[in-house]
Design a protein around this ligand. Structure first.
Ligand code: FRU
Length: 436
């Protein structure tokens, strides 16, 4: 009764979203208040990127899943908007995607913005169905479709619908346990089951979540998020390259070949934008191994920087690989000539004429450091160590880790470090392009 806290306790009908958290990123997207996980419904229209996200508007822990909403022109400055979708009688609002119905195929009007998301019901969220919501004001407010749910299937994991326009039809990809169910439609309302993808293909050590499908360099790519079972533990994004004909996705890799998009621990639920000027995807910069415990309180978690992709033939295996590249329009927002490393900047390290077997790079301030190593022995590797001196780390036993990717490029190396208050993302190029 005499605790000091009681005398300071006040009722409020708003949350404190003032900027006072030490680990608040300066240019990565993070909610002002509350919990965030996957990016949802990413689309581009009239010069603006719209980002929605798995959001708890009431606390910085997972729960009350809704879609938060923000817009940006450059991925550096963001406008925060009111919550776009709140839970309803069919359940919480899990992940999904958005398309702009340019030709009014669904009858909600030309350029209606249509969201597909998962309703997750019951205490353990195992009753999952897929629903639709429509916005006729460019994505700021949505009305739920009166005949929801639209796509159902008797399975406790049936979620994260991703929509694409393929020729003159729509296709829907829905993660179903450890496979993807593919549907087609003319009007977004009636759906026909086409095929299942993923049996005996890729990594199956966890649940498949948040598929995203796009075309790049004349091939079709599916990014597929898996948790657990990621390359360095917990959650990660794998990818498949192949062909899609509106009915079936055919992967060109031999069965069981597993390809990872990134070689760090914190890029999950990577999904692509609908209708972007240049192919663009972003990820939740966290991992379900410790995402709920990271040491912030007002908000929890941020998105990765935006990236684009290209396909390159691997000279050793002759298989096609997917390279991730920082989105050029975003990279241009940074000054190239840094004479001082600040808490949020881009540092480029270019090494030429390298003959040493090993090159070590340490990034440090008074309290913290992370270490990188280019190891040129044999095939070559790039190591990134987030050790026990990288800042607060005692909230999760797997947060400290050394991860690595194949990296050999004779004697020339280029490393880009995107540094922000709470994170370091490394993009290495020249050899296999990778992110950490
Ligand atoms: C992936 C995920 C999705 C689900 C959402 C719930 O991180 O588990 O499969 O829709 O998060 O917040």
């Amino acid at each position: 009764e005499d605790a000091i806290g009681w005398s300071k306790l006040q009722l409020s009908d708003t949350y404190d979203d003032s900027d006072h958290e030490y680990y608040r990123p300066q240019y990565h997207f993070a909610p002002k208040f509350g919990w965030m996980n996957d990016p949802n419904g990413l689309f581009y229209l009239d010069g603006l990127y719209h980002l929605y996200y798995q959001y708890n508007p009431f606390a910085s822990t997972w729960g009350n899943m809704s879609w938060g909403h923000a817009t940006t022109k450059d991925f550096v400055h963001f406008d925060h908007h009111p919550v776009a979708l709140l839970p309803d009688e069919l359940g919480a609002i899990f992940s999904g995607s958005i398309v702009v119905d340019k030709e009014n195929t669904a009858g909600f009007g030309k350029n209606a913005v249509i969201a597909f998301y998962t309703n997750a019901n019951k205490e353990d969220f195992t009753e999952q169905s897929n629903s639709m919501a429509i916005s006729t004001d460019g994505g700021y407010t949505f009305k739920k479709y009166e005949h929801n749910p639209v796509v159902t299937f008797d399975c406790p994991d049936f979620r994260d619908p991703t929509l694409i326009r393929y020729k003159n039809q729509w296709n829907l990809f829905i993660a179903t346990k450890q496979w993807i169910r593919i549907y087609s439609s003319q009007n977004l309302k009636e759906w026909k089951f086409e095929s299942e993808f993923g049996h005996g293909i890729g990594n199956h050590e966890g649940v498949w979540e948040c598929p995203t499908v796009f075309e790049v360099d004349g091939r079709w790519v599916m990014l597929l998020n898996i948790n657990p079972g990621g390359v360095f533990g917990g959650s990660a994004t794998q990818y498949f390259i192949g062909d899609f004909d509106g009915h079936e996705f055919k992967c060109e890799f031999p069965p069981r070949v597993v390809k990872w998009m990134d070689f760090g621990k914190d890029a999950y639920a990577t999904v692509a934008f609908h209708n972007p000027p240049q192919l663009t995807a972003i990820a939740w910069m966290s991992n379900w191994e410790y995402g709920k415990q990271v040491p912030s309180t007002q908000f929890r978690s941020a998105f990765s920087i935006p990236r684009t992709f290209k396909i390159v033939e691997n000279p050793t295996t002759h298989e096609r690989d997917l390279y991730s590249i920082p989105l050029p329009s975003f990279e241009q927002c940074f000054s190239k000539a840094v004479d001082k490393i600040t808490p949020s900047c881009l540092v480029e390290i270019e090494l030429t004429g390298v003959t040493a077997k090993q090159v070590n790079i340490t990034l440090k301030n008074e309290h913290e450091h992370v270490d990188m190593e280019i190891n040129r022995c044999h095939e070559g590797r790039f190591y990134f160590t987030r050790g026990c001196q990288s800042g607060i780390h005692d909230f999760g036993t797997t947060f400290c880790a050394t991860t690595w990717a194949p990296y050999h490029n004779k004697d020339h190396y280029l490393i880009k470090l995107f540094i922000d208050k709470h994170s370091v993302e490394a993009a290495i190029s020249g050899g296999r392009k990778s992110f950490f």
